[in-house]
Design a protein around this ligand. Structure first.
Ligand code: ATP
Ligand code: MG
Length: 630
């Protein structure tokens, strides 16, 4: 097993690098497969080759995808292609003479010890092999895949959770290697993937800047709902093709380098290109990684993805009107994000990207571009602050950065509306009106995080409620349940040292350190509807949707529906820090969220949810809770 790289270690390693270029190269070293991981993959491939050869004489097991294309990361899946071309030829030539299908016997002997197999039909006797009646030239893909699954289940040791998935665009058999936890896929009709794997490999060999750039961009974008790794990688390659001067050749140029005799047609697509890096003219592009990354953001923050098709074949964005008139143009599924596969030209590898995701990608790029113009990006901090890539991986960092805060900001406005007349009066009479309000909001935040959203929190640290001078605090100094709950540990107040006498309010800040264990921000509306459906026919006013009680129940229901899937690690970790707004008259509470790095999109989701949810709930809480702490 590979030891998980902790966010803390990552931040530490990156902060110690000398410059952004070094940070980017470091990312590759931190994430790429280790020697032992590679060895294990190699052994597995050899094992599979051995076993499958007995069942499918002449077959080949060929790894493709991230295990071999140069963009591997710890624990990435193992994509395998089972090449049955030769086996088919054997089978065809063996046809005719009865009993010529030699391998069937091999199969039979090999697998009969493991009887009681579901694979065997009622009519087949135990001597029968799994392969017995199948003719590979006429068999359907699902039939062959079921066979592959049967071989995996019965004859490959150390493999479990074998399942044929027929519904995917490229049907596969999934499996899991028990000892390592490695997940893998076997496909049988995906020869094009071998070509694009080789193409990606070639690009990493052609220019050493390719890998650091892709590894860096995978952090904010990759693997998640924005773009799959393949599409993102192609986008980076396209970007490098279109620099001036180009950093990578186009596929058309690579094709010109191949000899005429070397044409390779796969599934009807011309997949020939020169595989020989020594024939490539070295690129004249000398841009640094640091500036390439900034340029990537700038270029794609302002790119019309919907209005053209990104072509790696030609190394340019094809305008839609003329593209649509072409033969492949008529077949390619257009969407808000169009990236043409380099070989299967009628395939949009980003066809799954919807409007919302495309927009988010664009905004991410714009934010990235903006950040990359700042000194914090370009210069290492001498004070040990986060700089360079570290801050880039914390989404929304810019917004708060402008206010002099680190992290993501949520502003909670002051509202008299929520308060009862009595509370209003008390508040207005308070000597320190702003702090009094702030205390209330902090108590509310604690309640929402812990009780409503079921996060585990330590804190609040900072105790905002103690007042200078001998005056009675208006709000009790204990926040409701802030220190309760069995599994919660409470970190001691980390109050900033306060000078004697009344403290300037701007110094006051309160912080929480939280872990989120469940996706309590997802599907709340649906659960709310379910609860309303189940509940009493005439809910009283307090039980209305949006009340604190209902929202607590919604979280509980979500947690219950998720089942006991709670791992040993939370989904998200973050710290939140609240303080009173800057100006003298400012009664707003500024709440700043700092996620631990590497949580990119998931945290962003959560944050977007909180932006709407938290101020609403805080308002409910302060409106409801007895004012004055009695
Ligand atoms: P990782 O598994 O680390 O996310 P990967 O490149 O292996 O990265 P997979 O989704 O496992 O990604 O896909 C394996 C291979 O299948 C890719 O490398 C690519 O060759 C091909 N592939 C994946 N997605 C697409 C797609 N949308 N269109 C065409 N080919 C694809
Ligand atoms: Mg993969």
């Amino acid at each position: 097993h590979h030891e998980q790289l902790s966010p803390e270690k990552l931040v530490q390693a990156l902060c110690q690098a000398d410059d952004v270029d070094a940070q980017m190269s470091q990312l590759v070293q931190l994430f790429e497969l280790s020697e032992s991981e590679r060895r294990l993959r190699h052994l597995l491939v050899t094992l599979f080759q051995e076993v499958f050869s007995e069942f499918f004489p002449g077959c080949a097991i060929l790894p493709f995808g991230s295990s071999v294309n140069g963009f591997d990361i710890h624990g990435c899946d193992l994509d395998l292609f089972l090449d049955l071309e030769k086996t088919k030829t054997f089978q065809a030539s063996a046809k005719g003479p009865p009993g010529a299908q030699v391998r069937m016997d091999v199969l039979g002997t090999k697998c009969t010890p493991l009887q009681a197999e579901e694979g065997a039909g009622p009519d087949s006797d135990s001597e029968d092999s799994i392969l017995s009646d199948i003719d590979l030239t006429t068999a359907t893909v699902p039939e062959v895949l079921e066979l592959v699954a049967a071989v995996l289940r019965k004859c490959v040791p150390g493999v479990h959770s074998v399942q044929a998935v027929h519904s995917a665009r490229r049907p596969v058999v999934k499996f899991c290697h028990k000892d390592s936890g490695l997940l893998g896929d076997i496909s049988i009709n995906n020869r094009l993937a071998l070509c694009n794997t080789r193409f990606l490999q070639l690009c990493t060999e052609a220019d050493e800047r390719v890998r650091p750039l892709v590894y860096t961009l995978r952090n904010p974008f990759g693997g998640g709902p924005l773009l799959n790794n393949y599409a993102l990688t192609l986008l980076v390659l396209f970007f490098l093709q279109t620099r001036s001067p180009p950093a990578l050749p186009t596929l058309a140029q690579l094709r010109e380098l191949t000899g005429d005799g070397n044409q390779a047609i796969v599934d009807g697509w011309d997949c020939s290109f020169s595989q020989d890096t020594s024939r490539l003219v070295p690129s004249a592009n000398t841009e640094s990684l640091c500036s390439l990354l900034a340029e990537f953001f700038r270029v794609f923050g302002d790119h019309d993805f919907a209005g053209c098709v990104i072509s790696l074949q030609e190394g340019r964005a094809l305008p839609l009107p003329s593209f649509l008139l072409s033969e492949v143009g008529a077949k390619l599924k257009l969407g808000p994000f169009n990236v043409q596969d380099p070989f299967e030209l009628s395939h949009n590898v980003a066809a799954n990207v919807n409007e919302k995701i495309a927009l988010r990608f664009q905004h991410c790029c714009q934010d990235g571009a903006k950040y990359c113009r700042s000194l914090q990006y370009q210069r290492k901090s001498s004070k040990g602050k986060a700089w360079g890539l570290v801050r880039l991986f914390q989404p929304g960092v810019l917004e708060a950065g402008e206010l002099g805060l680190d992290g993501l900001l949520i502003t909670i406005p002051f509202t008299l509306m929520a308060l009862s007349p009595g509370s209003r009066q008390q508040l207005c009479q308070a000597r320190d009106f702003r702090r009094c309000w702030f205390d209330k909001v902090c108590a509310a935040i604690t309640f929402v995080l812990k009780d409503v959203l079921k996060c585990s929190c330590t804190g609040p640290a900072g105790e905002p409620t103690e007042q200078g001078g001998g005056e009675q605090p208006i709000v009790g100094s204990k926040h409701p349940r802030s220190d309760e709950g069995g599994s919660l540990s409470v970190s001691p107040a980390k109050k900033r040292p306060r000078p004697e006498g009344p403290a300037p309010e701007e110094e006051e800040s309160v912080s929480w350190s939280c872990a989120v264990w469940h996706r309590v921000w997802m599907g709340r509306r649906r659960v709310r509807r379910q609860l309303r459906h189940l509940g009493s026919p005439q809910p009283d006013a307090e039980q209305e949707a949006g009340s604190l009680e209902v929202e607590e129940k919604v979280s509980e229901a979500i947690i219950q529906q998720e089942g006991d899937s709670m791992g040993s690690e939370p989904l998200l970790r973050f710290t939140a820090c609240a303080r009173v707004g800057g100006g003298q008259e400012d009664t707003r509470t500024l709440l700043c969220f700092t996620p631990t790095p590497q949580q990119g999109l998931l945290f962003q989701d959560f944050y977007h949810f909180l932006q709407g949810f938290l101020p609403r709930m805080v308002e409910r809480y302060v409106g409801r809770a007895a004012w004055g702490g009695q």
